[in-house]
Design a protein around this ligand. Structure first.
Ligand code: PLP
Length: 240
């Protein structure tokens, strides 16, 4: 089979693929869970630790200034990656932390009360389910699920019925980690806006595969994580 890219060149970018398992070259098919890291990322991390590591935003010495500049340059790079402005991006420790921050902040700000509804889909990663279950339990709000049809797509007719004047939040994945389905962001945003609800996009699985323009997508908030887009563990972003 001829592939539309140079497999050997791509494999050469990922040192871990030189590993052999049971005498066979490693074939890694779990990138949806976490991606392997290309040489450029490994070199950048090592270079930072060898030449610029210092406390960011809290030191006055040369190295601290250098580390702070690199930290803020990364915010610009990541913001550009999703079509956004750097000041719209909050660093988190990952997508789970981003979603907990959003759900926790809405609860803290008293934005939900008994009788309100939070709408998610039936095909959520736990990261976009448990924070909303907890918020519902804390506030007395009701958690509702947009059903998934037999072909894996969302039942948009049911969504139109579910999302209404009680809905305060509609939180959904851009691309499902369970099914790989690309959800209709614009249609869900239209339904949510019509109801005056906030939209929260879990962009974890779309960030590695689709060109993202978060401001143009119409969602209010979005999260994604570094370790699924060739970056290290322990970093993610909340955009809003
Ligand atoms: N949302 C989706 C759709 C995911 O696939 C994952 C990770 O598997 C997460 C959220 C959680 O991301 P993180 O590991 O950055 O917390």
């Amino acid at each position: 089979m001829t592939l539309p890219f140079d497999v050997a060149a791509v494999r050469a970018d990922f040192p871990i693929l030189e590993t052999e398992i049971d005498g066979h070259p490693l074939v890694y098919l779990d990138s949806g869970a976490t991606s392997q890291k290309p040489r450029a990322v490994l070199d950048a991390e090592r270079g930072f630790l060898e030449r610029a590591n210092a406390a960011v935003h809290r030191g006055a010495h040369t190295l601290a200034a250098e580390a702070t500049e690199l930290f803020e340059d990364a915010r610009v790079t990541v913001a550009e990656f999703v079509g956004a402005e750097p000041e719209q991006l909050v660093w988190t420790s990952g997508a789970t932390a981003g979603l907990n921050l959003v759900a926790g902040s809405l609860g803290y700000a008293g934005r939900l009360r008994e009788g309100d509804e939070i709408v998610v889909t039936e095909a959520e990663h736990h990261a976009n389910l448990i924070p909303w279950q907890e918020l519902a339990a804390r506030t007395g709000a009701r958690l509702r699920h947009i059903p998934v049809l037999d072909d894996g797509t969302l039942d948009m007719r049911a969504a139109a019925e579910l999302i209404g004047e009680r809905t305060k939040v509609v939180a959904f994945p851009h691309v499902s980690n369970v099914l790989g389905i690309v959800n209709p962001v614009a249609k869900l945003v239209t339904l949510a806006r019509g109801a005056g609800a906030l939209t929260v996009l879990d962009a974890c699985q779309s960030a590695p595969h689709l060109a993202l323009d978060l401001p143009a997508s119409g969602v209010d908030l979005a999260v994604f994580s570094g370790h699924k887009v060739y970056g290290p563990y322990g970093i993610g972003a909340l955009w809003g």
